[in-house]
Design a protein around this ligand. Structure first.
Ligand code: SF4
Length: 474
């Protein structure tokens, strides 16, 4: 995954770009970079790896080194950026957030058919940001180049460009899976993935880009270069899992959505007589916590935190891409409050159940610390399809998903024809999947939010939300 921030003003904006980019640190763990432009000194750019130290530590003092009336910054999990590009469109710097699924085909076409050249990184892979730049450069304008690049890319591409006119050009991905906001204040404008980043810097809401929309921003305001597409499929996990709690997407606040979501799940358990007899409701931190507070509020079961995450040395919510390392770190972070666990029946709400490996370790940890019963609720429906639009760290193959794996164990490959039934806890297949999950994770009960419940909690037009993870419909 990744995120970005850019600002353009009448005076030096680097301090704002530094803080604005830092507020995207929850979205990536590998690499970060800043670039600035000033009419007198041109472009400056700096990139650092952030896998072993946070953005702020790596870029401390940067405002003494870099200054400009326009700047961009990004955090990401894929390749070093922003890139500085010299082309027929002029010199510019570019950040790319998202994923390109047809990279090989695009590279072949560009290199073999058109005789182009691309930068290769130290691991031998082509830098995808460089590929995006190459696709844009072939055209007469940034607008045309971005539009054509978006048409050719199978995947999700948020593009942020800092031009040698000192303006920013930003494009939202063609189906609006990820957000782009514009903020404005007296001294200038900014663009951002996370809106709270500009709120903290004194900007007011100016505009939220629609799917596929391309906008140019200067210190006075913004102008639309290409209008939005009709079709929108915003990623539902922005709300349930990886969006920052204070953020808003499509005017829906993340924290409030999670509280509503938990309330709907509790109401479902009350209505179906499946509310378990537990001492406490708790959330698997961090994103499970507000779902759990909502569940506790509606069920009137006390909310508690039976374990606390040790964050001073592990401050970030995203983990290394290696699953084993992720599990080990997750384990080291969990510090129990024994009096809230020993001899207690506990209901934990998690944002989702993907592979189930980390959740099983959490459950084992609770039993090791004396829990009597552990019940699990998932804040979204059973995940039946691996995401093919984004590359956030939990991306995985279909068969690694706990639901698919257990369905295959229950009835072999033929079970894949009944995924909808397995999703539904009221059917015989749905019940057998839940029993299999209970026995795999050693838990007393498990239930999932329904797709209808999730849609109700988000509250936007259901057709605007991507549901592919759950029903495979694009
Ligand atoms: S498939 Fe799932 S993770 Fe991917 S964009 Fe859609 S909702 Fe988000």
């Amino acid at each position: 995954m990744g995120g970005f921030f850019g600002a353009v003003g009448k005076k030096n904006v680097m301090m704002e770009v530094f803080f604005g980019t830092d507020y995207h640190s929850h979205l990536g763990t590998r690499s970060a970079g800043l670039a600035c432009y000033d009419a007198s000194s041109g472009f400056r750019r700096k990139i650092h790896g952030i896998s072993n130290a946070p953005f702020r530590t790596k870029f401390e003092g940067i405002t003494m080194e870099m200054s400009g009336t326009a700047g961009i910054g990004c955090i990401n999990d894929t390749n070093p950026q922003p890139l500085v590009v010299h082309s027929q469109l002029g010199t510019y710097t570019l950040c790319f957030t998202g994923v390109i699924k047809n990279t090989d085909a695009l590279i072949r076409r560009y290199v073999e058919q058109e005789g182009g050249q691309l930068l290769v990184m130290s691991d031998g892979r082509v830098n995808t940001t460089g590929l995006v730049a190459a696709l844009i450069n072939r055209h007469a304008s940034f607008e045309e180049g971005i539009r054509k690049a978006q048409d050719m890319i199978d995947g999700t591409a948020l593009i942020l460009i800092l031009t040698d006119r000192g303006t920013l050009i930003v494009a939202r991905d063609k189906e609006g899976r990820l957000p782009v906001h514009i903020g404005k204040k007296e001294e200038g404008c900014c663009v951002t993935f996370e809106k709270f980043a500009y709120e903290k810097l004194g900007y007011d809401d100016a505009y939220e880009l629609g799917p596929g929309e391309i906008v140019e921003v200067d210190s006075e305001g913004y102008r639309i270069l290409k209008p939005q597409n009709e079709r929108m499929r915003t990623c539902a996990f922005l709300w349930t899992y990886y969006g920052f709690p204070t953020s808003e997407y499509e005017n829906v606040n993340v924290e409030l959505m999670r509280l509503r979501n938990g309330e709907i799940m509790a109401q479902h358990d009350i209505d179906t007589g499946t509310l378990p007899d537990v001492d406490y409701v708790a959330g698997v931190p961090d994103s499970g916590t507000p779902h759990a507070i909502g569940y506790a509020n509606r069920s009137h079961i006390p909310f508690a935190r039976p374990f606390i995450k040790y964050t001073p040395t592990w401050p970030r919510s995203f983990m290394p891409p290696n699953q084993q390392e992720r599990n080990q770190i997750a384990k080291m972070k969990q510090i129990p409050v024994r009096d809230l666990i020993e001899g207690k029946n506990l209901l934990f709400v998690d944002d989702s159940i993907v592979r189930g490996t980390q959740l099983r370790e959490t459950v084992d940890f609770l039993y090791e610390n004396g829990a009597r019963e552990v019940h699990i609720r998932s804040a979204c429906p059973p995940i039946m399809y691996a995401c093919r639009f984004l590359n956030f760290s939990r991306e995985t193959s279909d068969m690694e998903l706990i639901s698919r794996r257990l369905i295959t164990e229950l009835e072999g490959e033929s079970g894949m024809a009944h995924l909808e039934e397995y999703s539904d806890g009221t059917t015989a297949r749905g019940r057998s999947l839940r029993e299999a999950i209970c026995s795999e994770l050693h838990i007393a009960s498990v239930e999932f939010q329904t797709l209808e419940g999730l849609r109700e909690a988000v509250g936007i037009d259901p057709d605007w939300m991507c549901n592919y993870c759950w029903n495979g419909r694009d």
